[in-house]
Design a protein around this ligand. Structure first.
Ligand code: ATP
Length: 538
């Protein structure tokens, strides 16, 4: 300090210059509190910005994953794990690095001052950072696997928590008196999360004893070397205080650096996830849609990996302008067959041909652009009506196209009566409008109309729709079917009458095919399946 005063005020230390120096020091020290507050605020702002930016990058990468990638790997859990780690760790790396740098600079200052008394004590004090870093490395090894394990549990926990507040679950399970079981599952999931999160902490604690021992020895040696070089003089007291201060500063700096070391595997895994190569199927927008005039499935087999074929030797075809139907009992393999056509489940044997040429599995993203598909468990997206319909099309669409799609899907009438029409927020979770099952289904169909694709795949498109609307809906489908190929799964006999061909599935095989009247006359599987319904039609 004396040398600093000298430097600040020149060689001659007079009362005037000391006053100036002291005033400077008083101002600086006085500012430490407010400056720390500013630093903490800035750090929090940086943390929030980093968190949003990293979550955005995660969402970008996750939205590029194909259904096949998600199904083949535990990617959904990895995404959940990364997302949680971003909030708790990854996004704090810049601010923690700033705090570490500050602590390390402070420590360097004190340790260098110590060297004026004893360079050995100074070196020993600096070395006391090593045990703290060892703890950091040890914990980081444990962290490597922790986030993946946590991803799986967090995902399950999120599902259970959402079930706790889901309207349909509340209605059903409260009536059954079993909602408390869901509450119990949530408690169990939380306990599991807590246990897994404690693993790295326990790992750290395990090595803390050894690390503390090593630090104590270094501290003892530093004190010893102070007395060796200064002797038992009054100055030694100041030097010992210096060692206390230096050890404390080094410990603080070490602890900050150790925290960053603990982040490294989590950040590595995050970067690896962002950098994973995009699926081969990624197709540039310039490729447009595939022009599909004819689709053929030849001897297609699909197994979900359990050795059982959900689809066995299925052969069918559909051309532009045709409407075909696939029918069969529950579990016969209809949805699996449609998913195989879309490339959403891998085919174990057989081929899918478009315009007489085999479809390359790697071109899936491009292939899907040719389809307008409505799944059996279609999405009920709780956004505005307009946004919900627009989700059917990657390109931007004007409100006129949305209106036409709503009309074609028999949804315009009920949307017209909603408080804000197309702008109405859907879903009671957000204080929006609740829709009936059939109304949700009509919005799902509107997405397909908006898409205007070559091939339509409709898995039970009217399962929740009333009989009167169903008639209008199928009339509209038939009226507009001329420019596309349409494949429908339906359990209602009358909807099958106008089909160009009907394929009947049983236990994964296509057991009959023909038009409605032919199949009724055959008096086989189709007739058995729809006996009650076809009698009223004939
Ligand atoms: P439904 O009329 O009830 O919709 P479906 O004819 O569409 O039935 P699929 O959903 O294709 O039948 O199921 C055919 C078989 O494949 C069933 O035995 C089913 O258990 C099995 N299956 C379907 N999805 C999976 C899956 N993801 N993993 C394993 N097996 C599956």
């Amino acid at each position: 300090m004396a040398s600093l005063l000298k430097q600040l005020s020149g060689d001659r230390v007079g009362p005037g210059s000391v006053a100036v120096t002291l005033a400077l020091i008083v101002i600086l020290v006085g500012l430490i509190g407010p400056l720390r507050s500013v630093r903490d605020f800035v750090a929090e702002l940086v943390h929030l910005d980093t968190c949003a930016a990293l979550q955005g990058r995660l969402a970008d990468r996750a939205s590029q994953l194909t259904p096949a990638e998600i199904a083949a790997e535990d990617l959904a859990s990895q995404i959940e794990g990364h997302s949680r780690a971003v909030v708790d760790y990854t996004s704090r790396v810049y601010t923690d690095a700033l705090l570490a740098a500050e602590a390390i600079f402070g420590a360097i200052g004190i340790v260098t001052t110590m060297a004026e008394y004893s360079w050995v004590a100074s070196a020993l004090t600096a070395l006391s950072i090593v045990p703290t870093l060892v703890i950091g490395f040890y914990v980081s090894k444990e962290m490597k696997t922790t986030w993946l394990r946590l991803g799986r549990i967090y995902r399950r926990e999120r599902y259970i928590r959402e079930t706790l507040s889901s309207r349909s679950a509340l209605l059903e399970l409260t009536a059954f008196g079993t909602m408390t079981r869901i509450g119990r599952l949530e408690k169990e999931a939380q306990a599991e999360i807590c246990a897994v999160r404690k693993d790295p902490i326990r790992a750290g604690l395990r090595v803390t004893g050894i690390s503390a021992g090593a630090s104590a020895i270094l501290f003892g040696l530093a004190i010893f070397s102070v007395f060796s070089s200064v002797g038992y003089e009054p100055e030694a007291v100041a030097a010992v205080y210096g060692v206390f201060g230096a050890v404390n500063a080094v410990a603080q700096g070490g602890s900050r650096v150790s925290t960053i070391v603990q982040y490294i595997p989590t950040i590595d895994a995050f970067v690896e996830f962002l950098d994973r190569p995009e699926a081969e199927s990624s197709a540039p927008a310039s490729w447009g849609k595939p022009e599909i005039d004819k689709i053929e499935m030849r001897d297609v087999h699909v197994s979900y990996g359990d050795g059982v074929f959900a689809v066995q030797g299925a052969t069918l075809q559909v051309s532009r302008g045709e409407m075909i139907a696939i029918v069969g009992k529950n579990g016969a393999g209809k949805t699996t067959l449609l998913n195989a056509l879309l490339g959403l489940v891998p085919i174990s044997k057989g081929t899918v041909l478009a315009n007489d040429r085999p479809v390359h599995p790697a071109a899936q993203e491009w292939w899907l652009r040719g389809f307008g598909a409505m799944a059996q468990d279609y999405g009920k997206y709780e956004v505005t009506v307009e946004e919900s319909v627009r989700l059917g099309c990657a390109e931007s669409t004007d409100s006129h196209a949305v209106d036409s799609a709503l009309r074609a899907a028999c949804a315009a009438d009920f949307v017209e009566k909603l408080r804000d029409r197309e702008k109405t927020q859907l879903g009671e979770i957000w204080g929006g409008t609740g829709l009936s099952g059939g109304q949700w289904q009509r919005l799902a169909l509107a997405r397909v109309y908006l898409r205007d694709a070559n091939v339509w795949i409709l898995d039970e498109p009217s399962s929740a729709i009333d009989a009167e609307t169903e008639v209008t809906l199928f009339e509209e489908l038939r009226r507009t079917s001329g420019t596309r190929s349409t494949v429908v799964v339906s359990h209602r006999a009358w909807t099958l009458r106008p089909m160009d061909r009907i394929y009947v599935m049983d236990e994964g095989r296509i057991v009959e095919q023909g038009c409605f009247d032919e199949l009724v006359q055959q008096n086989g599987a189709f007739a058995r399946l729809f006996r009650e319904q076809t009698m009223s039609l004939s």
